[in-house]
Design a protein around this ligand. Sequence first.
Ligand SMILES: Cc1cc2nc3c(=O)[nH]c(=O)nc-3n(C[C@H](O)[C@H](O)[C@H](O)COP(=O)(O)OP(=O)(O)OC[C@H]3O[C@@H](n4cnc5c(N)ncnc54)[C@H](O)[C@@H]3O)c2cc1C
Length: 403
Amino acid sequence: MKRVLIVGAGPAGAALAHILASRGVPVHLLERQRDFSREFRGEGFQPSGQDVLRQMGLGARFDALPSVRMEGISIWRGARRLVRVEVPEEARDDVVRIVSQPALLEMLVEEAGRFPHFRLERGVAVRDVVREGGRVVGVRVEREGYGEELRADFVIGTDGRNSVLRRKADLHEERTPQSFDMLWCKVPVPTFWRPGEAEINVRVGGVCLAFPSYDGMLQLGWSMRKGSFKQLRGKGVEAWMEELSRAVRPELGAHVLAHRDRVSHPFLLDVICDRLVRWTAPGLLLIGDAAHPMSPVGGQGVNVALRDALVAANHLLPVLAADGSPEALDAAAARVQAERLPEVSDIQAIQTRQARFLVGTGLLPRLMLEALPLLGKLGLMRTWAVRGDRRFRGVLRPLRLAV
Ligand SMILES: Cc1cc2nc3c(=O)[nH]c(=O)nc-3n(C[C@H](O)[C@H](O)[C@H](O)COP(=O)(O)OP(=O)(O)OC[C@H]3O[C@@H](n4cnc5c(N)ncnc54)[C@H](O)[C@@H]3O)c2cc1C
């Protein structure tokens, strides 16, 4: 059986490590953080991501994690609600869930830890790849200030959007320029909030999302022109909270201001959306955000990362288990990219199109925004709100864990 090194215990790395270890592959998983809550990542689980965990046999454990089900969504412009869409009773098992990421990752590594060939090391940062004869044969790590080389038969990079492995292996990306950043923060859930309800507040050139999180707080996601937060931050928390309160409907804005001293987890997401031309080098495969950082539009990143992990397991496991040659491993890795690229490209294309409308400032987005109240009156916003989600579902390829 070949040995695998996985760099990064986010959703992609932890899920892949679990599947491989559960099938007897010796897996060494490296994570730079000691505590999963130190890394801020998405909490929105689409049915597509939930399905991967169920196929891994972890459905019951997933259901037991701290989470909130999203059962309705409203679109607001200023004080006016343009539309409200509710998930019908019979479809409530198939909704987006907001799930604690630290709890999810702890669950995945705990489950993986039941298998004798799994080893997780926290607090170990990978600094470089180790090459021999043009092939990646391991990684150079920093552990408690000391450098060390770790070797394996195959290396998998799941080290996220600022991947070190991507850079050190000289893998190049195709970038779709993004015009916006997102400021994420949490405030207490208002008493007037309908449980399980998400909101999109639209304005010229941006949106502000609001949805209850698993921790009893209301998550806000405020889009703004790329790079503009630097100036705003310079004016202090008071100033940006004022600005944020104007980006949501008045009742919510007043709540935000009343709780400005309780705002938590502020995090500026520099939005990027790109894809590596090649996800592989000899001896190395990148998946998840390391191969294709996703835009936040539609909350797809965690789900796509989990789906990558499942496909990577399907292709790599038979070769690892059969003690396949380095060339056979590289060929299996290339098949992972071939299978995943069409879905990832389609999702990123939808995200880019939707972002043009949601955060664009051109004539067309402005006209659309002006037309929203009329579309709402005619009942057409309902179709639009639902179609946005259906578009993402429509490009998903069938996926089965086959190993
Ligand atoms: C603020 C925010 C909100 C988001 N909202 C959503 C959402 O609602 N729904 C959704 O689906 N997606 C969302 N996303 C995107 C989602 O979080 C990512 O797409 C997803 O986490 C990617 O998973 P991953 O496993 O590929 O990478 P990550 O989750 O980024 O995990 C990478 C891991 O690698 C570790 N690591 C990095 N470098 C090293 C190194 N050198 N050595 C060792 N370890 C390393 C990191 O500590 C991290 O744990 C959001 C992202 C952010 C930042």
